[in-house]
Unconditional design. Structure first.
Length: 291
C-alpha cells in the first residue's frame, strides 16, 4: 500500500519502463497491440522492447488500439473501492481516443463512488514527452502538491514540452500516412532525413527535411538550442527505437552544446514504435510553446 495521498496512473505510451514506474509509485496500464494479427501486451521491459523490434525488423506488422472505457473501469475500480484518488496522465487526445475514454470511465466511476476523485490530464504528447509529464507529476506529488494543483501545473506546461523526432527509414512513416509512397521512395534514394515534431495539439508531422545524417544531427542540435528554455535546470530526455548508440551520440552532443542539467535515456515502446518503426530517435525538453 502506497504512502502517497493519491495514485498517479498512466498508460504505457509514456515509454517509462515498468521498473521505473514501480520505483516512482506510478501505476501503468500495459496497452495491448497486435503483431501480424497476434494479440500482445506492452511488457514495458528491456526484453520485451528488444523482442518487439526484432519482430519488426523481420517484417512484422504491429497495430495498436485505444484503451476502451470498460478497460479503464476495470483498471481503476480497485482504487475507487479503496477510496484512493487518481491522477491519470494520458497519451495525447490528438493521437488516441484513450484520453476521452479515460474521462468517460472516470465520470462513471465518480458517480458510482461519491467522494472519489479521478482527474484525467491530456499530456498533449507521446512517448517520453508524455513520460516527462509523468515524471513532473511524481515530483509535484512528492513535494506535497495536492491532486488538483498537480493537474493544473501539468496542464499549464504540456504545450511547452517540445518533442523532436528523426529517423533515416521512411518505410514506417509511409505506412502511417506521414509521407507519400513517392516521397518515401525518393527520400530513401536521396538520403533525405525527416525531422518531425508534435504540433500544439499533439499531432505528429514532418517539420523539416535535410540530406544525410550529419546535416540532420547539426540541424536537430540547432533546433533544440533555439527552442529550449532554462536548459541548465532541466533534464533532457532521449528515447530510441532500437538505436541506443545513436541516442547516446545525440545525448552527449546536446548536453555539451545546450548545457542541460542531466540526461535520461529510455526506449520507445511498441505503442509508439508500431507507427514509427525501428531506428527512430526522439528528444524531449521544456521550451517555447509549440505551434
Amino acid at each position: 500500500m502506497s504512502n502517497h495521498t493519491y495514485q498517479i496512473t498512466a498508460d504505457s505510451g509514456c515509454d517509462l519502463s515498468l521498473e521505473k514506474c514501480m520505483e516512482l509509485d506510478v501505476l501503468p496500464y500495459k496497452m495491448p497491440f497486435t503483431m501480424d494479427g497476434q494479440p500482445m501486451v506492452d511488457g514495458m521491459t528491456e526484453e520485451s522492447f528488444k523482442e518487439f523490434y526484432r519482430l519488426m525488423r523481420a517484417g512484422g506488422v504491429a497495430k495498436t488500439s485505444q484503451i476502451n472505457p470498460g478497460e479503464f473501469l476495470d483498471f481503476w475500480r480497485p482504487l475507487a473501492e479503496e477510496g484512493r484518488n487518481v491522477l491519470h496522465i494520458s497519451l495525447a487526445a490528438a493521437i488516441s481516443g484513450s484520453c476521452d475514454n479515460a474521462r468517460s470511465a472516470a465520470a462513471q466511476l465518480m458517480e458510482e463512488f461519491p467522494g472519489w476523485t479521478c482527474r484525467v490530464v491530456d499530456s498533449a504528447n507521446a512517448s517520453a514527452g508524455f513520460g516527462l509529464l509523468v515524471l513532473r507529476a511524481v515530483e509535484n506529488r512528492d513535494k506535497g502538491m495536492d491532486i488538483e494543483a498537480n493537474a493544473a501545473d501539468l496542464e499549464s506546461i504540456h504545450h511547452e514540452v517540445n518533442s523532436i523526432f528523426t529517423t533515416n527509414d521512411l518505410t514506417y512513416l509511409y505506412r502511417g500516412g506521414r509521407v507519400s509512397k513517392t516521397a518515401a521512395a525518393f527520400g530513401t534514394a536521396l538520403k533525405i532525413v525527416p525531422i518531425l515534431h508534435l504540433d500544439y495539439e499533439g499531432h505528429l508531422e514532418v517539420w523539416q527535411k535535410v540530406r544525410g545524417d550529419k546535416q540532420c544531427f547539426k540541424k536537430l542540435i540547432q533546433d533544440v538550442k533555439d527552442l529550449v528554455i532554462d536548459a541548465q535546470n532541466q533534464t533532457l530526455i532521449i528515447s530510441e527505437a532500437d538505436a541506443p548508440e545513436k541516442a547516446r551520440e545525440f545525448g552527449e552532443a546536446l548536453m555539451r552544446e545546450c548545457g542541460f542539467k542531466d540526461i535520461f535515456y529510455t526506449h520507445i515502446g511498441p505503442i509508439i514504435g508500431a507507427h514509427t518503426g525501428p531506428g527512430l530517435i526522439s528528444v524531449f525538453f521544456v521550451g517555447k510553446t509549440r505551434t
